[in-house]
Design a protein around this ligand. Sequence first.
Ligand SMILES: *Cc1c(COP(=O)(O)O)cnc(C)c1O
Length: 415
Amino acid sequence: MGRERIYLCLAHMSGNEEKYIKEAFDTNWVVPLGPNVNGFEEDLKQFHGGEKEVVALSAGTAAVHLALLACGVGPGDEVLVQSFTFCASSHPITYLGATPIFIDSESETWNMDPVLLEEAIKDRIEKTGKKPKAIVPVYLYGMPAKLDEILEIANRYGIPVVEDAAEGFGSLYDGKMCGTIGKYGVLSFNGNKMITTSGGGALICPNKEAKNEIMFYATQARESYPYYQHEKIGYNYRMSNICAGIGRGQMTVAADHVAHHKHVCDLYRELLADVECVTLHENPSKKYDSNYWLNTILIDSDLKVVGEELAYEEVIQGAVGGAAGVTHESKSLHTDCEPNKNVEAMRIFLDKAGIEARPLWKPMHKQPVYANNPAYLNGVSEELFKCGMCLPSGPYVTDEDVHYIVDKIKEAIIK
Ligand SMILES: *Cc1c(COP(=O)(O)O)cnc(C)c1O
């Protein structure tokens, strides 16, 4: 029948990316600086309201790392981070010799629970005698967090907020652009994000001085001498002028991308309305304006799905969805925290129908590598992880695709 596989969110070069890359080649700006880097930073600055400064970096992970460094995070410090996230939110805390302290989610936005946040701050101060150095909320799948509450607490205790807006590019909270609300804002342009530079990221900074400091650390921390003089440890984190060219092209269609993801959400809402036991994750109120980077559903635990008895029978080869890179062979069919059988069965059913679907992020406090880290929990993220699933939402996903996906979801349900 020749139907193409439908992916979650593929890179889509529909702007004038080639023009900017060609310019880079023609002028030999094939280094991590140049007109495209400056132009991309200016485009990002304007897209985010024009008041804050932006530094283009080699990855979103690098942006998290440098933001924490700029907040003074160092060995022996603690950082409060949302547990329900991709590992790039918390790993850089460990790069700095500090300890991630995990905060569970509330069930409306699926992001950092402000109640647990304050509980954690009080408890950490009591236990260690020190204030945590930073707070890292995440905008999971594009959904803004409860920022009024989080910022009120952060300000009261005098702790800086680093927004992990890697998935929240173009999302708004109370009319404000995500990434511009805390002290620093992290963006990612990995291949599957709202816009891409093939790989890359950026840090939104409060002012020129902060931007200069980030640039200093992103370029190996060199002092002004006619030779290499180092008084600080730096990193090689600048974005290449080639990648920035892709970014400039993507910025010409960024608003279209966001609009498309929202349109796909509207269609899922309409088509899933009469599907019982399957719930689409949506803006909890008018204050929230998610970019719907990935549309996600929850599947009731008692819903019966075709093939449930076979779920988890086979060892998975590589990472789900064929993520790039090398994975270790898994040692067992199960872990102590995994999606429900009906969710895994749905994933396999959709996979066989040529549809990529994935579980939600597995909470960091359930990851073996963080087994000994303090965590402030309410059970929400674990429950969401067990019931949730990401559906195709990117620029290549057509209306016809969404109809097909929902038809297949209905087909997989045993009445
Ligand atoms: C993608 C992502 C990042 C940054 O990742 P890079 O691949 O390094 O650009 C950070 N946090 C979250 C939540 C992400 O999804």
